[in-house]
Structure formats: structure tokens, C-alpha cells
Design a protein around this ligand. Sequence first.
Ligand code: OXD
Length: 316
Amino acid sequence: MSSELVIAYYDASPDTTRQERWQALLTPLLGTFRMVGLLDAAAEQAQIALVWSPPTGRLAQLSALKLIISLGQGVDHLMREPDLPKSAHIVRLVDPNMSHALSQWVILNILDHYREGRLYRAYRAEKAFIQRPQIETADLPVAVYGMGAIGQVIASQLAGLGFDVHGWSRTKRDFGSQITAYHGSDGFRQLTQTCRCHVCILPLTPETEGLFSAEIFNSMPTGALFINGGRGKQVVEADLLAAIRSGQLGGAALDVFAVEPLPDSHPFWDEPNITIWPHVAAQTNPETAARQVASAITSVLAGKTPDNLVDLARGY
Ligand code: OXD
């Protein structure tokens, strides 16, 4: 039996240079190893899988796996896997670079909405030099749903910009003096009813699937802004559309959708008040994530528990 380190790679993209890029970045950190495609026969010797959205059932065939690393912050792509090898740890990326990218995306959408960027771009197209009264944001309450590593960066950066920020987590937590903490279903309802801007960064779990439905959108103050950088399936899309069309919501910015790529026939495309981003809010950056990936691999090979472990039962 060979003790050679074999890493099986898959990222669901036609761009084959990504695998080479990961290999080049990991080599100085790990020394000699062999990187193979997850679907190659050689993957059966792999101790490590570095994957995004692998074909269902493939990981279950790899009995030598000790570690599965999600190539993103979310792990819902692994949750649908039947029979993941029991001996394998599962970790996700927690990359400050991605947290900052997602935070910048949220801030971009909030500022564009409240500074009326779309309207001023339309004026500009008409060469119309029209000034509108500025919308004050200091007392504009913003809710951030999902106060993990990313949510906390978003909340503190929004607080730094002078927003009145409220953070929601499943269980009771404290986020410091700048962010009012809420938790549980009562806290969730309080926030949906009082905040004028709602930012979802939640992981997809059975509890969060379909969470943002007509009932929740209708409980929000009229004209609220809804931003989703979590997962598409957390939103009942027909209910979001109805809330936008009726004016109950003043706008939505979405990076994630129940079906991706968003089909051509999807009615969201025809709604000017829905800003559509093609799942690009925070892209995995191998340059910044490689160190974390290498450290998870060396920990597991040394018999230690890696950081950023995923609890499959909890769903993130
Ligand atoms: C992720 C994502 O989970 O990009 O990292 O959605």
C-alpha cells in the first residue's frame, strides 16, 4: 500500500486550469502530493477530497477519505450526499477575504438602493441633472440574519458606516456594543417587523429552507429592502416576486437563486426592482484560501481535528 498523499479535486466548472492553480498553490505548503480528478479511477486512493458540488454518490465510493474540504463557505452541496464516508472529517472554507468580499457586496447593494443609484443612472442617460433629497441612513435599522464569521464582518462594517445594525443568530449570542443581538424565532419576528433593510447570510438547513415567505415579507415595514447572499432556497421566490410587485418590498438584491443559473424564463429578470447577481458576491480565492486548506490537510494527516469542522447534523 502506498502512503503517497492523493487529493481528489472537483469544482463543477469547465475551467480545468483551476485544479492546476490549486496544485501549484498547495505544493509549497504540503510538499509532494498527487492531485487527481474526483471522477478519475485514481481518486479511489485519495485521502483528501477538495470539492465544490461533486456528482452525487461519488464521495461515498472513496473509502480512503479522511477529509472532505468544501471549496466554499457553504456546505449544502454536500448535504445531499448519501453515505459520506464516516471516517472523513468535513470542513468548510472560512476565509476572511471571502467574508470581506461578501460584506462589500452587501454594502454596495444597500448604498446603491438608499443613494438611489438606479434612478441617478437613469437621469444620467437622459442628461438630467436632477437632485433628490438624501435618504438618511443613520436611523435606518438593518437586520443581518446569520451572524457567523461572514455575518459578523458585514454587521460590523455596516455599523462602521453609521447604520443601526441588528444581528440575528439561532441561539443567544453577544456581538459587542455596536450590534444589537437577537435570537430564536421571537427575535426573528421582532427584526422582520421593525427593520427596513434585511440581509440574509444564513446557511441552507431544513429550518431555513423557505424561511422568507409571504408571511415574513408582509410583516416587514412597507418599502423594505431584502438582500440575499445566503441560499436561493431560503426564499419562496413567488412570494418575493409578489411582495416586489405590490410595493410591499421596495427592492431586492439577490446573488443566489433556487435554480442556478437563473433560467431565461424566470420572472425575476423582468423586475427592475430586483437586482440580479450571478452568484459572484464572494468567489473562492485559491490564493487566500490555500493556507487554510493546507492546514486542514496537515492537521488530519497528523491525527488532529481540523478547524472549521462542519456538523452534518446541524447542517453547517
Ligand atoms: C459559498 C458560495 O458557499 O460561494 O462559498 O456560495
